[in-house]
Design a binder for this molecule. Structure first.
Ligand SMILES: Nc1ncnc2c1ncn2[C@@H]1O[C@H](COP(=O)(O)OP(=O)(O)O)[C@@H](O)[C@H]1O
Ligand SMILES: [Mg+2]
Length: 311
């Protein structure tokens, strides 16, 4: 069962009049993995999700979900039954309680799968089950939404930007839920514009920009390939530390008073520290900074994503 492709996307294209939202995208998602589809606003993430859950038709290309073709009538029926989707701006009935809201969706799906109390427990909302939806915080609303997404006991769970706009604590709560679902063998298709989130959660990451895939791999593969070097930061080292280091480390540079030294091999770090020590150089702290997915995106595109926007 492991490594079995549950989503196969082959050169899909989606055009809306004069906008090509998705422009020849191909990837596969394996059973049981957390797969992250990462990119800035407007990259084509939601459109791709909508195609895979059969809410939108393709302009060109081919996509299969759980072996079923998203373009066939029979495929659509099967896929809709077997996946769960949390849309980007999902909201549910303000004046129903948590439990009543989940019950509503349970009944709509014919009461298959886990019962409502189980779902409430799964998202840790037992203490709020009688609270009106409108009186919940953003983070708790998101947990209700995730419970609703699980109402039909789906094999694949699509979560479209489930943490956008949440505070850091609520984001981490959602991360824990995602990890819990993965541990239960579910396949998670996550979209996000938060690189740290993709790095922490994902087994595999695909980065999309302007409707095209620009990278595909595990977080560590992508960081190794595109992230750049580990850097020693000599805080507040200034010219003095720079002078000490520059002969052995010609690529060292000063940035805002800090000296940045690219680390190429194991001996570089102790050598740099010894050189600073031997010369009694003054500096603040020594920080070793490893590259991350943000660096990958920056190196590939020349840009950062700030609040979802290219910057
Ligand atoms: N229904 C639509 N009609 C026209 N253009 C759309 C529609 N939906 C999305 N788009 C455009 O398609 C592009 C991709 O959008 P979307 O898939 O929502 O990206 P993301 O989810 O990554 O922010 C954007 O340029 C967006 O404006
Ligand atoms: Mg979107």
């Amino acid at each position: 069962m492991s490594n079995q492709a549950v989503i196969q996307v082959d050169s899909i294209v989606k055009k809306y009049k004069d906008v090509t939202a998705v422009n020849g995208v191909s990837f596969t998602v394996n059973r049981g993995e957390v797969f992250s589809f990462v990119g800035p606003n407007g990259a084509g993430k939601t459109t791709t999700v909508e195609i895979l859950v059969c809410l939108r038709d393709l302009t060109a290309g081919k996509a299969k979900v759980l072996g079923f073709d998203v373009s066939s009538r029979k495929g659509k029926q099967q896929i809709r039954k077997r996946v769960g989707v949390l849309p980007q701006d999902f909201n549910t009935f303000d004046l129903l309680t948590v439990k009543e809201n989940i019950n509503y969706y349970k009944r709509m799906y014919g009461n298959v799968g886990r019962d409502t109390d189980d779902l409430i427990k799964l998202v840790n909302l037992e203490h709020k089950s009688k609270t009106l939806y409108k009186n919940l915080s953003g983070g708790l609303k998101k947990r209700v939404a995730i419970a609703i997404t699980l109402a039909n006991d789906p094999e694949i769970i699509f979560l479209d930007e489930p943490t956008t706009g949440l505070d850091p604590k609520a984001r981490r709560d959602v991360w824990k839920l995602i990890e819990g679902l993965r541990d239960q063998g579910k396949t998670i298709f996550l979209t996000t514009h938060y690189m740290d989130e993709a790095q922490v959660l994902s087994d595999r990451v695909v980065i999309i920009s302007y409707g095209k895939i620009i990278a595909d791999g595990t977080p560590s593969e992508l960081i190794l390939k595109h992230g750049g070097k580990t850097t020693l930061i000599v805080e507040d080292g200034k010219k003095e530390a720079y002078e000490v280091l520059k002969t052995k480390f010609p690529k060292a540079r000063i940035e805002n008073g800090d000296v940045l030294v690219p680390i190429n091999n194991k001996s570089d770090l102790p050598n740099a520290v010894m050189a600073l020590n031997g010369n009694k150089t003054k500096f603040g702290e020594l920080i070793v900074r490893r590259p991350n997915l943000e660096d990958v995106f920056l190196n590939l595109t020349g840009k950062k994503i700030v609040d979802g926007e290219l910057n």
